[in-house]
Design a protein around this ligand. Structure first.
Ligand SMILES: Nc1ncnc2c1ncn2[C@@H]1O[C@H](COP(=O)(O)OP(=O)(O)OP(=O)(O)O)[C@@H](O)[C@H]1O
Ligand SMILES: CC(C)(CO)[C@@H](O)C(=O)[O-]
Ligand code: BAL
Length: 317
């Protein structure tokens, strides 16, 4: 169990962060990292509780960093919510966080070369809000199959940016354990695959989705929903719960039928569906029939807010 942590130490510098972690490990502690983009809610705090519950003496680090490389220029980097002072208060009140890593920037930005800064390098398939010419960052981790479907289809640079920044965080913080929420299901599975494939010495723990009392999955972006949009967005969790009931009550349900029902519910509520997919839990390969453990994943727009959610169905094959 963790010793009471008191006020977390706020660390902004990479070298200082690495030195802090190494001191903790030298003292016999397990370093547990909770990566976040801030504007914290109970979903994040559940990851902190799970981090504190890792057996043995632990040093819990929460990173707060809005990673520009996972946002395409058309996405919402500029309006991503933030409240560092509020976040620090929430983390201190848990008594379970020992350090907060809040770097001003994690990337080498490089110098402009012939005015090409902020453009994608020649030959790049897609660009993010980070792209730099000259001697800026140009090394990327691609989890080649898992990054393509689901959220990868409409967010072309998202998983390249996530895998790369998580690898950078692992190199700086050197955690023994890292916590990810199953709300971002594809992200969690992709990080597990990256860790396996690249032999990172980090144990990844996936933590259950935390919901509001009415079922809405907690998400930092929920703050941008109007009260009407928020009400309509309840159709996501409602349709997922109905789908699970249907799948559990009818053996070998056809995925197409279940997906159609979800699309209909979301559309009737006023949502714009990005995708509804039923996939195997680890490989994320789509299934035609629900005859094995699957997860139903949804992304839909309500107003200007794109929300994701999912539900696991534990049918034994
Ligand atoms: N409701 C939730 N339940 C469990 N984990 C969550 C929940 N919301 C976020 N997390 C996890 O917290 C970590 C940090 O996520 P992030 O800071 O992007 O918050 P978010 O609420 O997912 O924001 P966004 O609005 O970008 O979806 C991720 O591992 C994410 O899966
Ligand atoms: C894992 C992560 C912190 C990487 O920027 C982000 O994608 C998130 O908060 O889920
Ligand atoms: N929780 C995932 C971060 C993002 O949507 O960019």
């Amino acid at each position: 169990m963790a010793a009471a942590a008191g006020e977390p130490e706020v660390i902004r510098d990479k070298a200082a962060m690495r030195a802090w972690s190494r001191r903790q490990r030298a003292e016999g502690k397990t370093v547990v990292l909770v990566p976040t983009m801030g504007f914290l809610h109970e979903g994040h705090l559940s990851l902190v509780s799970a981090a504190a519950a890792v057996p043995g003496p632990v040093a819990v680090v929460v990173s707060i960093y809005v990673n520009p490389s996972q946002f395409a220029p058309t996405e919402d980097l500029a309006t991503y919510p933030s409240d560092l002072a509020g976040d620090l208060r929430k983390l201190a009140s848990t008594g379970a966080v020992h350090a907060v890593f809040n770097p001003p920037d994690l990337y080498h930005r490089g110098a402009a070369v012939s005015g090409r800064r902020a453009e994608a390098p020649a030959g790049a398939a897609a660009s993010s809000c980070l792209e730099a010419g000259g001697d800026g960052h140009e090394t990327w981790i691609r989890v080649e199959r898992l990054e393509k479907g689901l959220c990868g289809a409409s967010r072309p640079v998202f998983f390249r940016g996530v895998a790369t920044v998580v690898a950078k965080l692992f190199n700086v913080v050197e955690p023994d354990v890292a916590m990810f929420g199953k709300k971002d299901y594809q992200q969690w599975r992709l990080i597990c695959r990256m860790v396996r494939d690249l032999d990172f010495a980090v144990e990844i723990i996936g933590s259950e989705i935390v919901r509001e009392a009415d079922g809405l999955a907690m998400s930092s972006r929920n703050v941008h929903l109007s009260p009407e949009e928020r009400e309509k967005a309840l159709s996501i969790s409602r349709s997922l719960l109905n789908a699970r009931t249907a799948a559990l009550n009818n053996s070998n349900s056809a995925s197409e039928h279940i997906k159609d029902q979800i699309v209909q519910t979301l559309t009737e509520a006023g949502g714009r569906v990005d995708y509804v997919e039923i996939v195997e839990q680890e490989s994320l390969v789509p299934v035609e029939t629900i005859d094995r453990p699957v997860v139903i994943c949804v992304a839909a727009w309500f107003g200007k807010v794109r929300l994701i959610d999912n539900i696991e169905i534990h049918i034994q094959s």
